[in-house]
Design a protein around this ligand. Structure first.
Ligand code: S5P
Length: 232
């Protein structure tokens, strides 16, 4: 079974959702059980445009449950992003898409390193999966990756490269991780900034993780970040 039969590109679907729901939040739901993922998908679904997951940290991952979450995504109108940071040759990428995690059945968006080149990008396009390329990491020693050449190719616009993940403006839709209103860092070198600081450096979308799903009251936190991102 292939991903969404929708003829609209992930890029267009994302734009429509952002506009219709008036949200710029990507919830990075880095939980380790499928039950928690379902819980937060339903709780936060109305306030987000994308639910970002790391399926390889989920201890009881199941495709069946992931397809349930895809149904929750349809109800609340958000897209599912796998933050696998793909970075291999086309042959391996295609095996990964249909392997254990069956990304091709439920993924709308993925993150990938620019090293995958045009071949990798085309492969995701064939599966109707939009790509956010990693431009740099939100850690102190984050390197700027050599994405510029790839971006300059006209045929990449606007699909399937949906945007970039980074801290500085790239000219594409910029999704910025490392967002927190109350902290500057964690104990692993993550650099946090507020939505308004991120916005000043070009952020269009704000990737929020622990600030929401580990909050004492996650729904309250969700609403707080949703508002902080919209008020900019
Ligand atoms: O540069 C990056 C890129 C990504 S995708 N820095 C990041 O933190 N991320 C991801 O965003 C990271 O893997 C995690 O899933 C999320 C940040 O989570 P938080 O709990 O620190 O907000």
């Amino acid at each position: 079974m292939s991903n969404n039969m929708s003829t609209e590109s992930p890029f267009v679907r994302l734009q429509n959702i952002i506009k219709e729901k008036n949200t710029r939040i990507i919830l990075s739901c880095d939980v380790t059980t499928m039950a928690d993922l379902c819980y937060f998908a339903d709780l936060c679904g109305p306030y987000i445009c994308v639910l970002k997951v790391h399926t390889d940290i989920i201890e009881d991952f199941s495709v069946e449950m992931m397809l349930n979450i895809k149904n929750i995504a349809k109800v609340h109108r958000f897209l599912l992003m796998e933050d696998r940071k793909f970075g291999d040759i086309g042959y391996t990428l295609s095996k990964q898409l249909t392997g254990f995690f069956k990304y091709s059945q439920w993924c709308d968006l993925v993150t990938a390193y620019p090293y995958i080149g045009q071949t990798g990008i085309e492969l995701f396009k064939l599966n109707n999966i939009g790509v956010f390329l990693l431009a740099e990491l939100s850690i102190n020693e984050g390197q700027i990756l050599p994405y510029k050449e790839l971006f300059n190719k006209k045929e990449n616009t606007p699909h399937p490269i949906c945007g970039t993940i980074g801290q500085n403006n790239t000219g594409y839709i910029q999704a910025t991780p490392g967002i927190h209103l109350d902290k500057c860092n964690d104990n692993s070198n993550q650099c946090y900034k507020s939505p308004s600081e991120a916005k000043q450096k070009g952020a269009d979308l704000f990737i929020v993780g622990r600030a929401i799903y580990t909050a004492k009251n996650p729904l309250e936190a969700m609403i707080r970040y949703h508002k902080a991102a919209m008020d900019l």
